[in-house]
Design a protein around this ligand. Structure first.
Ligand SMILES: Nc1ncnc2c1ncn2[C@@H]1O[C@H](COP(=O)(O)OP(=O)(O)OP(=O)(O)O)[C@@H](O)[C@H]1O
Ligand SMILES: [Mg+2]
Length: 50
């Protein structure tokens, strides 16, 4: 099996760890990584929470 490693875009650094608000709105052009980073954020939350 080959491991696939992907990196986050530093532009989303703060967004990935910010959970103080109920809603998150991402504004950006198509293909700018909005869906990618909200998915990554959710996965990270699931990994680090019990
Ligand atoms: N940090 C990253 N590393 C590797 N691939 C990435 C990264 N960010 C985005 N991508 C890839 O770039 C493509 C576009 O990203 P994404 O679909 O998240 O953009 P989007 O802002 O949601 O676009 P749209 O407005 O069209 O919905 C996808 O194939 C995604 O997997
Ligand atoms: Mg999208």
């Amino acid at each position: 099996m080959t491991a696939i490693e992907k990196e986050e875009n530093p532009h989303f650094d703060d967004f990935l760890i910010e959970w103080s608000t109920k809603f998150h709105f991402l504004v950006g052009g198509y293909g700018s990584g909005k869906s990618y980073h909200i998915t990554l954020k959710t996965i990270l939350k699931l990994l680090f929470e019990k």
